[in-house]
Design a protein around this ligand. Structure first.
Ligand code: NI
Ligand code: MN
Length: 233
């Protein structure tokens, strides 16, 4: 089995693993960096990290159209059900569950989670996805916190970290996060979508390469990267 990660822009990923297609935080409509449209996506699973519109994104539309299973915290799932999403699985921070495609654990994230209409979105989460090719940790939106080290203790294949600053950790804290998480590969997200979060990903890559044991993998929106290939392709 190979696991392929496709960066869809901002913080959105499509992860194809074990014959399943998983979307994380599918923000396409209104995303200036989106590499595709919501209508072109055919996932069977959608995982939502928190309630903000740049993460919930097109979840309702895609889930209604494809009947994909949506996984998120209890509050977000309750809200999605009210909006016509039928197939859901609610979890909460610290909980892990085994699905057909692998395991999901919602981890702590220090951030907010209000839903687009002002509804309460519960606590924000990071996503620890266990695949046949190892653990993928999508930190989503968060501040730096030392307990990232505990998440790293499982032995991460890939960490996906925001570097945009302002709303999330910036480049310097993302290097420190990489030191705590100790992944084999680290992918920067949540930058260059809007002027406020523009960053120099190449400079960040050099800092990661010189200050951590991880290999930085910078993906342009639309670009795919396969774990077993161990390179940026
Ligand atoms: Ni957010
Ligand atoms: Mn965000």
């Amino acid at each position: 089995m190979t696991t392929t990660l496709t960066f869809l822009g901002h913080s959105a990923f499509q992860i194809d693993t074990s014959g399943h297609s998983i979307l994380i935080d599918p923000f396409l409509t209104g995303n200036p960096a989106a590499s595709t449209t919501a209508a072109e996506l055919h996932p069977d699973v959608i995982i939502v990290s928190h309630g903000h519109s740049d993460h919930v994104g097109d979840t309702i539309e895609i889930a209604r159209r494809t009947n994909a299973l949506v996984i998120a915290n209890h509050e977000i799932i309750t809200w999605l059900k009210r909006h016509g999403v039928k197939k859901t699985h609610d979890m909460h921070l610290g909980g892990r569950h085994r699905f057909e495609f692998g395991t999901v654990k919602l981890t702590v994230a220090h951030h907010g989670s209000m839903l687009p209409d002002g509804s309460y979105g519960g606590n924000p989460a990071g996503i620890l996805l266990g695949t046949t090719d190892g653990y993928i940790y999508h930190a989503a939106d968060t501040a730096l916190f030392s307990d990232m080290r505990l998440t790293g203790d499982v032995g991460l294949k890939v960490a996906i970290l925001p570097i945009g600053d302002n709303y999330t950790i910036g480049p310097d804290d993302a290097v420190l996060a990489t030191q705590l998480l100790r992944p084999e590969f680290v992918i920067p997200v949540h930058y260059d979508t809007f002027p406020l979060i523009c960053q120099d990903a190449a400079a960040w890559s050099e800092a990661v390469a010189s200050q951590t044991s991880a290999v930085p993998v910078v993906l342009c929106p639309g670009q795919s990267w396969t774990i077993s290939a161990a390179g940026c392709g």
